[in-house]
Design a protein around this ligand. Structure first.
Ligand code: SF4
Length: 314
């Protein structure tokens, strides 16, 4: 990866005072840790449509004509303003590698946003109007809410998807041949396998058919299927399978003592005694010294910078 990641973000998460009450929702993990690798592309949809700061709060109201975005005090329906703005503003996010949204917001919230049914009943099954437009326009884009990123597993999953998406786009930018796609798939084999073995095999069948389909269509189909696959979270069991598979590629290269030590660490990980980083560090050590080119090329071994320490917590 040559340049920093570009991630869209709900602007209040950067600490800017754009919320309805004049405040912000600064998220230190995003700015201070992930921010080291990211160029943020911020937006505050409510400010952008001219509501100002501070402003009267708005909410989602469920009606017979679908969900509407409404100013609580006056009842003004601003859905049209928001969707019209989003339609043109989303063009500006065409090149981003992912998006972090503010949870619970009637504009930015991705899920479980409050929906008001009349004055009495409220359900938590709504989606912010801007978030809905974003997800519809860019269905493959990795998108997550900052609240969910407090969960180490969801955080690792999101960042892995973002880096994978970026690798894919960088790959496409090289003007790849069918042969290059085969090599790309081979290098990502274990990373993809850890998310969903069945869908990984389907991707393999797609690549095997390279040459029978037009290259443009093949790349489109592969990219879509790969990003769908990556929506599945890698489980402890799948990581264990992948680690054992990779260790198998070293069985002739390392001695019995090292093999036993590696197997023990993988088993400790399987049992939840140590985090993923422990067997993985040992595996990488052996792969670097004794591994085949194929083994050393696996993006699974280092899908994102170690400094993010994401595999220390899963
Ligand atoms: S949640 Fe979205 S609309 Fe609300 S202040 Fe943050 S960026 Fe603006």
């Amino acid at each position: 990866m040559t340049e920093r990641l570009r991630l869209g973000i709900s602007e209040c998460l950067l600490g800017r005072k754009v919320r309805w009450d004049g405040g912000h929702k600064h998220d230190r993990y995003l700015t201070d840790t992930l921010g080291e690798w990211v160029e943020w592309v911020p937006t505050c949809p409510e400010v952008e449509i001219g509501l100002g700061t501070p402003r009267p709060p708005i909410r989602i109201v469920a009606t017979g004509k679908g969900d509407r975005l409404v100013v609580r005090k006056t009842g003004e329906d601003i859905t049209g303003r928001m969707t019209a703005w989003a339609e043109q503003a989303l063009e500006g996010f065409a090149g981003v590698d992912g998006f972090v949204l503010k949870k619970d917001s009637p504009s930015c919230g991705m899920e479980r946003v409050r929906r008001h049914h009349g004055d009495q009943q409220v359900t938590r099954d709504g989606r912010g109007v801007f978030a809905a437009a974003l997800l519809e326009r860019y269905p493959l884009l990795p998108v997550e809410e900052e609240g969910r990123l407090n969960d180490p597993g969801l955080r690792e999953h999101f960042v892995a998807r973002v880096f994978a998406y970026r690798r894919w786009k960088d790959f496409l930018a090289t003007g790849p041949s069918a042969g290059a796609l085969v090599a790309f798939h081979a290098a990502n084999k274990m990373a993809l396998h850890s998310h969903h073995p069945g869908e990984y095999r389907a991707l393999g069948r797609l690549v095997a058919g390279a040459g029978t389909t037009g290259l443009g269509a093949l790349l489109d189909e592969y990219g879509t299927a790969m990003m769908h696959l990556l929506r599945h979270r890698a489980t402890r069991k799948r990581h264990t399978d992948v680690l054992q598979h990779l260790a198998g590629h070293l069985k002739k290269e390392i001695d019995a003592e090292d093999r036993a030590e590696l197997a023990e660490l993988i088993e400790s990980y399987r049992q939840g005694v140590v985090p993923l980083v422990v067997p993985l560090t040992m595996l990488r050590h052996h792969a670097r010294r004794h591994g085949s080119e194929w083994l050393r090329s696996q993006t699974y071994l280092q899908p994102y910078p170690d400094e993010l320490m994401l595999r220390n917590h899963v």
